[in-house]
Design a protein around this ligand. Structure first.
Ligand code: ADP
Ligand code: MG
Length: 421
């Protein structure tokens, strides 16, 4: 029995070169068109069995969100049709769903009523939902005062506590902290046991392997692969690698002598702070063959190369780096002071290059790189949070973030031997 049937769905958006074009077209009453057609989805067909968990992956702009909006009925397909059986709860892109002026409590009730629950049903679920959301007193404050994390926690809690038969989730797990994501993962597993059908869009291919029993790879609005999550994820990784190769070929090998001509110095970058006494002018992630890369095999030698420029004299500059997961967990960080590799005093106008080389024994997922120049007392001179990101791929399956290379031995115990206490 299918909970979701998608039949040959296509979605066309009209792209207008300028806002005025839309008006011109209206005034022409169909005699002339001023738009271009853009097909965000074409020929999409698939089924999801009741209780199935389908992961949808694909690069940005491949049509994942559009597809979810069509499945939930928020968006009409241009062609084709969608059949769903059962109550659908959706957690789509941020901003949709809650009224910012209402309190969390008011929104939860409103949301529940829209979903067809009685007030009594909502009340009986409320305390469980509240515990899950963990937003404390904010429950009675307007949603517009929430942080992104609080918003997502409440939205997720509200969505799963309306007893949906189908749950549709778009990328929201990416903004939660690790504890919340963990709780969501447990909840997904409970939902699966209860026979809830789940459609999950995420960048986290590890999550797809963990949670989904089928996966679908979208690319430019078409289904490129469908089936067993391991195979589909491998196909996706292959795609990412191909892009990386194309990028490698298009980019000349990096100049290893001296910083680039257009330094990062003037980069207006949101997550940057510091007094700029010692400025980061170039950051590179290099692979084993010394080429800039965004994709690394687990265990491959990774090089983080940071070039800094001294605007002023500095007696003992410190250059550091940090790798984090996409959900912001610190994975590995070090600096020239901790490693006893101080570059020594810097004179005004001088450049210095620091290279961190290490085997990248991380598990497959996306990571970000943060680099900084500091003083030994911790003063930040130039701190660039998440300045680069990279993917780690691996054909082995390992849980967690680090591969610690366990050596595993097993032996059978003689059956007469006493049982260990
Ligand atoms: P994904 O979620 O996979 O990143 P989307 O479904 O958001 O992809 O978008 C698919 C494509 O459709 C993108 O190229 C996007 O720019 C385009 N698109 C999405 N919404 C609209 C819209 N309202 N009008 C025009 N183009 C849109
Ligand atoms: Mg999207």
């Amino acid at each position: 029995m299918f909970a979701i049937q998608v039949r040959n769905v296509a979605k066309m958006y009209r792209l207008y070169p300028a806002p005025a074009a839309r008006l011109k077209e209206m005034l022409a009453f169909g005699r002339r068109s001023y738009h271009e057609e853009f097909w965000a989805l074409e020929g999409i067909s698939f089924n999801v069995e009741r209780g199935g968990v389908l992961g949808i992956i694909g690069p940005n702009g491949s049509g994942k969100s559009t597809l979810l909006e069509i499945v939930t009925g928020m968006l009409e397909p241009t062609r084709g049709r969608v059949l769903t059986r059962g109550r659908i709860a959706a957690l789509l892109s941020l901003g949709a769903g809650f009224n910012p002026e209402f309190t969390g409590r008011e929104n939860v009730f409103l949301n529940g009523e829209i979903m067809g629950l009685s007030r009594q049903e909502i009340e009986s679920n409320f305390s469980r939902m509240e515990r899950f959301a963990e937003i404390g007193d904010f429950m009675d404050r307007p949603v517009k005062t929430y942080s992104t994390g609080m918003y997502v926690r409440l939205a997720f809690a509200a969505a799963i506590h309306v007893n949906p038969e189908i749950l549709v989730v778009d990328e929201v797990l990416a903004v939660g902290d690790a504890i919340f994501v963990n709780r969501c993962i447990q909840t997904f597993q409970e939902l699966r046991q209860r026979g809830v059908t789940v459609l999950l869009v995420t960048h986290d291919v590890g999550l797809v392997k963990l949670l989904c029993d089928r996966a679908l790879l979208l690319m430019d609005g078409h289904i490129l692969a469908e089936g067993d999550p391991d195979n589909v994820v491998n196909r996706y990784n292959g795609l990412v690698l191909e892009r990386q190769r194309a990028f490698d070929q298009a980019t000349p090998s990096p100049m290893l002598s001296g910083p680039a001509a257009e330094p990062l110095e003037n980069l207006q970058y949101t997550y940057r702070h510091g007094d700029r006494q010692v400025v980061v002018v170039k950051v590179e992630l290099l692979n084993e063959s010394n080429r800039p890369a965004q994709v690394f095999h687990s265990g491959e030698s990774m090089r983080v190369r940071v070039a800094v420029y001294f605007r002023e004299h500095h007696p003992c500059p410190v250059v550091g780096m940090m790798i984090r997961t996409r959900i912001g967990m610190d994975v590995f960080g070090t600096n020239t002071e901790l490693e006893d590799a101080s570059p020594g005093p810097g004179r005004p106008g001088e450049f210095c290059e620091v290279t961190f080389t290490f085997p990248c024994w991380l598990t497959p997922q996306e990571y970000t790189l943060t680099v900084a120049t500091q003083s030994p007392d911790g003063t930040s001179h130039d701190w660039l949070d998440g300045v680069l990101s990279f993917h780690v791929i691996d054909s082995r399956r390992i849980a967690g973030v680090a591969n610690l290379h366990a050596r595993v031995t097993t032996r059978k115990l003689p059956s007469r031997s006493p049982m260990p206490a």
